[in-house]
Design a protein around this ligand. Structure first.
Ligand SMILES: [Fe+2]
Ligand SMILES: [Fe+2]
Length: 383
């Protein structure tokens, strides 16, 4: 998977073997042992750094200052590792603006917990600069994501999901900060809150999945926007229909289905510069065998963004909590989705998406020994 890069400066790296191994699960970790080592990273984006100032290392302050001097230096989340029983010679490295400090004598789990808190705080600070509605959209996205990802309270396992969220949240921050998108989101939230939170969840997953399969930041941003807006056609569907538990009548289902073309039409006008946004809205309910709606497209007639949106949308709908059903586990959702591969959804994308969520959710669910929740529906799911 594509991972952010983390620089670890230490002259006594062996002491932090366990910490480094854990970080390797979340980042591309580069070890450097001198301040000059930073020069090799001038053309690479560094997301985070740990700077070990223990062992009377006077160069730690210089390392932090030089990290801040990098082109994206202000965005790097820097953790300063001190030794409680060691006086550091030279200038106090804390003066060079680390984001968090912790003792190198602490258990690895506690150090990681402090570091992840700083990582999350960075996102929250970025959000504070947004207008109220955009911020609400992101906070809801984060809550939806946290609930669904079933993040452990045990800080010894800082979730893989947090790293994924961090990537996706960056894209969402950019997206929700545009006036046309935040306006649409606000309308959606006012009309039907569930559709709003469902959409933010789809956006988080879709852009994170895009990063996973190697798409660049611009494409991830489009995916985030497509996710946020894919169901905006539901603005024109009566809330009595939207709020009804599973088991719509045929007439009601026909009304519900119109959200795809209605959303596609609106977004085509509002986003003429980003045709993928309208495509995702219009075609996220198309099926490979041509039995989907609204246009009955088949196979390669369905655009890539719509194929991606379909996989993520179904997964999200199954794992969403509704008033009338508990959230389904990720494992159970994939059990239901696998037979749809080839006829309804793209099998390759499904298996890639499954690996994307596997580490963070299925393993955790198994670890928590949470029983698989059977689908609680009065009628078969209709996608
Ligand atoms: Fe939809
Ligand atoms: Fe949806």
């Amino acid at each position: 998977m594509s991972q952010d890069s983390l620089l670890f400066y230490s002259r006594r790296g062996a002491r932090f073997g366990q910490l480094t191994r854990t970080l390797h699960r979340h980042f591309n970790v580069f070890l450097i042992t001198t301040p000059d080592g930073i020069d090799d990273f001038r053309n690479r984006t560094i997301a985070a750094a740990l700077v070990d100032s223990g062992g009377k290392d006077a160069a730690a302050g210089e390392v932090i200052a030089r990290l801040r001097d990098l082109p994206n230096g202000g965005d790097i989340v820097i953790g300063l590792v001190r030794d409680t029983d060691t006086e550091v010679d030279g200038p106090d490295p804390g003066d060079a603006r680390a984001d968090t400090e912790f003792s190198g004598d602490l258990p690895v789990a506690t150090m990681l917990s402090a570091f992840w808190s700083a990582y999350e705080r960075r996102d929250s600070l970025a959000w504070n600069a947004l207008d109220r509605d955009s911020r609400k959209a992101l906070v809801t996205a984060k809550e939806a994501f946290d609930v669904m990802a079933n993040l452990p309270s045990d800080p010894s396992d800082p979730a893989f999901a947090r790293a994924l969220f961090s990537t996706a949240a960056t894209r969402l921050t950019q997206v929700a900060n545009t006036p046309r998108t935040s306006l649409m989101l606000e309308q959606l939230r006012g009309h039907h809150n569930y559709t709003f939170s469902h959409s933010t969840k789809v956006a988080v997953l879709l852009s994170g999945f895009g990063a996973e399969i190697g798409l660049g930041p611009g494409e991830q941003r489009i995916l985030a926007e497509a996710g946020l807006l894919h169901d905006t056609g539901k603005l024109q569907i009566p809330t009595e229909v939207l709020g009804k538990p599973a088991g719509l009548t045929d007439d009601e289902f026909e009304i519900m289905k119109t959200h795809a073309s209605l959303g596609g039409d609106t977004l085509q006008e509002l986003y003429p510069d980003m045709p993928e946004i309208a495509a995702a809205a219009r075609h996220h309910h198309e099926k490979l065998d041509g039995s989907g709606y609204p246009d009955g497209l088949k196979g390669i007639e369905i655009s890539e963004v719509a194929l991606l949106a379909a996989v993520v949308d179904i997964f999200s709908a199954l794992t969403d909590k509704r008033d009338y059903k508990e959230p389904m586990s990720a494992a159970k959702a994939f059990e239901i989705m696998r037979p749809l591969a080839g006829s309804h959804i793209d099998g390759r994308l499904l298996s890639e998406f499954e690996s994307y969520v596997q580490d963070s959710w299925i393993v955790r669910e198994a670890a928590a020994q949470r029983p698989l929740t059977p689908p609680d529906r009065t009628s078969p799911p209709r996608f």
